[in-house]
Ligand binder design. Structure first.
Ligand code: ATP
Length: 240
């Protein structure tokens, strides 16, 4: 139903100088659900995510976010979303606390101090509080960037390769944290990942893109059954 739809993308297309990068893409992401957007390099994932974040204008099609038209109300709707990627650095000389306070104010958090304390507790950021983010290890940076991504308690979270730069233990911890956070908050998560075991663990729905189009749709289970494969990595290699 309309009330639980976090994102609806309809007939979304984007061309660069007449060359299509995204072609007639359709999907819905619901509250409390994780949808994995998969594809080989160049398949169109980043272009799709950039349109969802209001950074690129579609050539045609529509994006509905939390019931509102993203193209008409993007600033208001972006307040209710957030984004995390290990490829984006936070200001390196600012301490962890300063960085998070900046984003808390940017998003107009009603009680920034309380929100910071809550996230510091959840993500064990206390010991890092006064450190410049430029001095953190990659695992520590990931925790801080996750805190930044959750600061506004987003109803929609876009995650681009969230565990790409992490050691296996930290990656495993992060996946558990995301699952737990989603169960508590009902946040809708759009996940771009090349790690198929991560997708099997986190995703309720999977879409595989190839040359700008969605070529496979279903739950992880449905994809395994349809292709008679034991794991998603094999399905992915068959299709993408
Ligand atoms: P990756 O996993 O490498 O990020 P991707 O699935 O995100 O790949 P996109 O970055 O969305 O793929 O690229 C889709 C297609 O659009 C590619 O052919 C790419 O060359 C093209 N493309 C992306 N951005 C631009 C741009 N700004 N100008 C021209 N072509 C672009």
């Amino acid at each position: 139903s309309e009330s639980v739809e976090a994102i609806r993308v309809q007939a979304l297309s984007k061309s660069f100088n007449g060359t299509p990068a995204v072609k007639d893409v359709n999907f819905s992401l619901h509250r409390g659900e994780t949808l994995a957007l998969l594809g080989a390099n160049g398949a169109g994932k980043t272009t799709t995510i950039s349109m969802l974040l209001g950074l690129l204008l579609p050539t045609s099609g529509s994006i509905t976010v939390l019931g509102g038209d993203m193209l008409r109300h993007r600033y208001r709707l972006l307040q209710r979303m957030n984004f995390s990627s290990p490829y984006v650095d936070l200001p390196r000389r600012l301490s962890v606390r300063q960085n998070l306070m900046f984003f808390a104010r940017l998003y107009g958090c009603p009680d920034p101090k309380a929100r910071l304390e809550e996230l510091a507790h959840d993500l064990d950021l206390g010991p890092l509080w006064r450190k410049p983010t430029g001095k953190l290890s990659s695992g520590q940076k990931t925790r801080v960037s996750l805190a930044k991504a959750l600061i506004n308690a987003p109803e929609i979270l876009l995650l681009d390769e969230p565990t790409a730069s992490l050691d296996p233990d930290t990656a495993d911890w992060l996946r558990g944290y995301l699952q737990d956070y989603q169960r508590r908050s009902g946040t809708a998560i759009l996940l771009a990942s090349h790690n198929m075991s991560e997708v099997e663990r986190l995703a309720h729905q999977v879409r595989i893109m190839r040359a700008g189009e969605i070529v496979e749709t279903g739950t992880p289970r449905e994809l395994l059954d349809r292709h008679g494969r034991g794991n998603l990595e094999q399905v992915f290699l068959d299709i993408a």
